[in-house]
Design a protein around this ligand. Structure first.
Ligand code: R7I
Ligand code: MG
Ligand code: MG
Length: 313
C-alpha cells in the first residue's frame, strides 16, 4: 500500500485512521479463526481477495457508519439503514439475524419494523457494537449522554434489544476515551459513571480489577469469565479488557491474545483493534500486515474523509 500517514506523531488524523484500520485489520486477520470447522473451511475458500486478507461485515458496517456520519454530520437512522442494506453481501459473513433484517430493508420494508421481525425484542448480538468505534470518535468531547444516545440510535436499526444497544454504547464510549488520551483511571471512572446491565457491570468490574492489579490473566480465564461469544454482553467487555491490556503492547500481541481467547475472534478483535488504533494511531499498526489487507488504500482514504468531518475536542 502507498503511505498516507501524516509525518507527525500520533495526532487526531492518525488516530482516526488507526481506529478504523485497526477494526479492519483485526477483523480480516481474525476471520479465519472465527466459529467452528465449517466456518473455517468456508473462509479458507473465500478468505482472500486478489491475494489479500478479506475483511467481513464488521469492517463493512464500520465504514458505512463512518461514511454516513461524514456526509450527514449526525446519526440518521434511515440513511444508515439504507447504507447497511445496500452494502450487504452474504460473502462478508453477516450474522444470520442481521442478514435477514438487511434483506427485508433492501426489499423496501422500513428498518423499524424489520428490526423486530427476526427477534421480537430485537437482536442482542454484537453486530451493533462491532460498528460503533466511529461513533465514539465523532461524538468525542460532546458528553457521555450525547455519545450514548447516538450509539443507541445507530444500534437500534438492526439491534433493538437493550443488550445489543448497550454493547454499542460501551464500545463507542471507550473509543472516545482512548481517542482523547484519557488515563486508565479516567477511563474506568467514566465507564463506572455510566449505567450498564448487572451482567456487564460485573464483567467490567472484573476487567478493571485484573488490569489494576496488573495480573497476567490467561486467555482461557478471560474467555470463561468475560465471554467470547457472538452476543454483545458476551464479547464487548472482553474487547475492552483486551484493548486496555494491550495499549502499550504491539498490535500483533493484541491479535495473538484475541486468537487465544477464541470464539468470535474477528469481532472481539475488530472492537479491541479499533480501540487500540484510536489510542496509538495508524503509524503504530504493523505495516507488513496492512500491506496484506484487502482494499487498504481505499480504507485509509475513507478514514481520512471521515476524519475531516470529525470535530476533534
Ligand atoms: O449481531 P449480529 O449482527 O452478528 C454479528 C456477528 C459477528 O460475529 C460478525 O463477525 C458476524 O459473524 O456475526 O447478528 P444477529 O444474527 O443479530 O445476532 C447474532 C446471534 O446472536 C444470532 O444469530 C443468535 O444466535 C443470537 N441472538 C439471539 N438469540 C435468541 N434471541 C441475537 N439476538 C437473539 C435473540 O433475541
Ligand atoms: Mg464478521
Ligand atoms: Mg464475528
Amino acid at each position: 500500500m502507498s503511505d498516507h500517514r501524516p509525518s507527525s506523531p500520533p495526532e487526531s488524523l492518525d488516530r482516526i485512521q488507526g481506529a478504523l484500520l485497526g477494526v479492519a485489520l483485526a477483523d480480516a486477520w481474525g476471520a479465519p479463526h472465527e466459529g467452528g470447522p465449517l466456518e473455517g473451511l468456508l473462509w479458507r475458500m473465500i478468505g482472500t481477495r486478489h491475494g489479500r486478507w478479506r475483511w467481513t461485515d464488521d469492517t463493512q458496517m464500520t465504514f458505512d457508519v463512518a461514511a454516513s456520519l461524514a456526509e450527514l454530520g449526525r446519526i440518521d437512522q434511515d440513511d444508515l439503514a439504507l447504507r447497511f442494506a445496500r452494502s450487504y453481501r452474504w460473502s462478508r459473513g453477516y450474522g444470520p439475524g442481521a442478514a435477514r433484517i438487511l434483506k427485508r430493508i433492501r426489499r423496501g420494508e422500513h428498518w423499524s419494523s424489520a428490526s423486530r421481525k427476526v427477534y421480537t425484542q430485537g437482536s442482542f448480538g454484537n453486530g451493533a457494537a462491532m460498528r460503533a468505534v466511529p461513533i465514539g470518535l465523532f461524538f468525542a468531547g460532546q458528553g457521555t449522554h450525547t455519545l450514548i444516545t447516538a450509539a443507541h440510535c445507530a444500534a437500534e436499526i438492526t439491534h433493538a434489544h437493550p443488550d445489543g444497544k448497550e454493547g454499542a454504547a460501551l464500545i463507542a464510549l471507550v473509543a472516545s476515551l482512548v481517542f482523547t488520551g484519557c488515563s486508565p483511571s479516567d477511563i474506568w471512572a467514566a465507564i463506572r459513571a455510566a449505567s450498564w446491565s448487572p451482567v456487564v457491570t460485573e464483567k467490567l468490574a472484573t476487567a478493571e480489577q485484573w488490569l489494576g492489579a496488573q495480573q497476567p490473566i490467561a486467555p482461557s480465564i478471560v474467555a470463561r469469565q468475560l465471554g467470547r461469544s457472538i452476543t454483545a454482553a458476551g464479547s464487548c467487555p472482553t474487547a475492552v479488557y483486551i484493548a486496555l491490556r494491550h495499549l502499550r503492547e504491539p498490535f500483533v500481541d493484541l491479535l495473538d491474545f484475541t486468537r487465544r481467547v477464541g470464539g468470535d475472534v474477528d469481532t472481539i478483535g475488530a472492537m479491541a483493534g479499533g480501540l487500540w488504533g484510536a489510542a496509538r494511531g495508524l503509524g503504530a499498526l504493523p505495516m507488513e500486515y496492512l500491506a496484506k489487507l484487502e482494499d487498504a488504500d481505499r480504507l485509509v482514504r475513507e478514514a481520512s474523509r471521515f476524519a475531516s468531518a470529525c470535530s476533534v475536542p
